[in-house]
Structures are given as structure tokens and as C-alpha cells.
Design a protein around this ligand. Sequence first.
Ligand SMILES: NC(=O)c1ccc[n+]([C@@H]2O[C@H](COP(=O)([O-])OP(=O)(O)OC[C@H]3O[C@@H](n4cnc5c(N)ncnc54)[C@H](O)[C@@H]3O)[C@@H](O)[C@H]2O)c1
Length: 345
Amino acid sequence: MKILVTGGAGFIGSAVVRLAVARGHEVVNLDALTYAANLENVASVTNSPLYSFEEADIRDRAALDRVLEKHRPDAIMHLAAESHVDRSIDGPGAFIETNVNGTYNLLEAARAYWLAAGKPEGFRFHHISTDEVFGSLGEEGQFTETTPYDPRSPYSSSKAASDHLVRAWHETYGLPVVLTNCSNNYGPFHFPEKLVPVVILNALSGKPIPVYGDGGNVRDWLYVEDHADALLLVLEKGEIGRSYNIGGENEAKNIDLVRTICAEMDRLRPESAPHDALISFVTDRPGHDRRYAIDPTRIRTELGWRPSVTVEEGLRKTVEWYLANEDWWRPLLERQGVGERLGKA
Ligand SMILES: NC(=O)c1ccc[n+]([C@@H]2O[C@H](COP(=O)([O-])OP(=O)(O)OC[C@H]3O[C@@H](n4cnc5c(N)ncnc54)[C@H](O)[C@@H]3O)[C@@H](O)[C@H]2O)c1
């Protein structure tokens, strides 16, 4: 397949690009190279004849038309987004422009391209979204694909809006779409403003490790390479018009996740143990969802997919990767807002 991946210079998009190329797909990576992007994430495939890059913004319809006409992909995997909840609290505008208007632009460009090509049967528009669109759970229960949407942050509401647009373009225009809603990812190449890399890098440099609120917020953690694997499976085997929840089957409280990372750091850097002494509870994020949990029954039973690693195994690999790749993360600490407390409203 020839796949146009939007947001392929970001964290998850780059994992999709690397895996798709490794599996012999042709990949066009379309990315606007925002603060969150890093072309080093795809350095391992840059010289492959299967890989090409287009610097373009999904808010720019003419650019999208040009890229689609030039490369004529069989499928689009749409991951480009503003993705950091704390930044969405400080500046929601960019989230509406990229996640809502940008997705609208891409849908319209895809529809025009698909129509002009005579509605090829195999064409797919795969929209990648988050479990955050479902809102916050209590102590019990899990999100299924039919859970009503109840987003509570500017980020999750912009993603919810984009999901609705994608479904509408299928129902109204027949665009062959598939959707996925995934839980929190972690792993190599994660931008150092997100929880897991913040914990690793602060532990490494002896800085306080910030934990929001009481640390009791629960997330279902998924290793990013498992997510990329699930996404390619849904692209190839998912039913048109259907959505699939993707989870790691690894629910953990933030504080327990942080302590697990600290224990890994104690193992790998015993001279500065115990790293959990650096934990510092800070003011909670406004509107902080308490618990997310994914019911993965549909993707497991219909497509036969399961995550390949436990959170302990995945965190071990992730910590080892950060310790071995200072050249990757060190320059990113200089980017605007990184290392600052954002989103206090
Ligand atoms: N990170 C998670 O835990 C998680 C979980 C579930 C779903 N998702 C979804 O997966 C997708 C990717 O998330 P991520 O964590 O890799 O994000 P990321 O912030 O690491 O990467 C986003 C990429 O999109 C690009 N981009 C942003 N605005 C753009 C625009 N206007 N035009 C073109 N490119 C643009 C950026 O340059 C960057 O390379 C997002 O849609 C996100 O909502 C993320």
C-alpha cells in the first residue's frame, strides 16, 4: 500500500511511519513540523526508497490537494494534531484550528481526491483519536465504542469534534473511513513534555518529579509500537465506518506509574537512588479526568489484536531508550514551554 501519514514527525505518527516502511509499505509523511515534531524520529527510514516527506499544514487545503495529486496514496492515516492537554488549556485556538478545521480540510481534500479517482474500492481514511473523547470514569466500568462522548478539555473536545466530522463524511458522502480511539501511549521518541519522559528526565537530573493532584488519576497505558501495530491492522482489516478502541490492558494510577519508573531508574542508576524521593505533588490540572479504561473486546475478537508487552516491560524498554538517547532528547528541552508548568488556567 501507499500510505499518506499525517503527523508522521510526531510521537505516534513516527512509530507508524517506521513500522509501515519496515513492513514494505510506501509512506508519504506529511507534517507541518510544529514544536512537537522531530524528523530525527524517522531518521531510521529517511534513506529508504519507500519513504518521502512533505512539509505541509493540514490547515492549508491547496497544499493537501497538491500532495494527494502528486503521491496518489491508497490510504490516509490521520495523526496530525495538537496533542498536549496542558497546552490546550493555555491556548485552545490552535487545537480548534488544527484538530477541527484541519481535519475538515483533510476530509474535503480526501473526498475530492477519492471522487476524482473513481471511488477506488480499497481506499481508506483512517482517523486516529483518543479515549479522552469519552470523558472521565468512576471507579468501575470501561469505555466501549458505544460509550457516549463527554469530552471535558479543549484538547479532547477538539478531538471529539474531529471524530464526528469523520463519521459524518462517511454517512453523508460515503467516504470509506475507519476510526480508532486509543488510550495513553508511552515509549521511545515521546516528546519531553509528557508525563513518562518528564519523570525519566527529571529523575536523571535530580529535579523534582511533578505529580498532579493526589496522583490517583488512572490511565490505561499502551506501548507506542503496539499502538502502531494495531493501527496498521485496523487500516488493513477494519470494517468501513466502524471504530475500534485500542487499549494496553494496563490500568495504572499515575503515582504507581511514576514509582515504577523510579524503580527502573534505581536499577539503572543506583548511585542516585532512591529516585522516588524526588516526587513532588503539585496543583492539579483543571478539569483533570479521573479515570480512563478501555474495553478492548471489539479489536480483540474481530481483528485478533492484543498488546505485546506489559507496562513493566514497556517502561523498562522506554527508560533504557531515554538513557541511551540523550542526543535525541537534550535539544528538545530548549523548545518553547518544555520544562515549564503549563495549563494551570
Ligand atoms: N499520545 C497519546 O497518548 C495519544 C493517545 C491516543 C490518541 N492520540 C492521537 O494520536 C495522534 C498523534 O499523537 P502524538 O502523541 O503522536 O502527537 P504529537 O504531538 O507527538 O505529534 C503531532 C504531529 O502532528 C504535527 N502537526 C500538528 N499540527 C499540524 C498541522 N496543522 N498540519 C500538519 N501537521 C501538524 C506535528 O508537527 C507533530 O509532528 C493525535 O491525533 C492524538 O490525538 C494520542
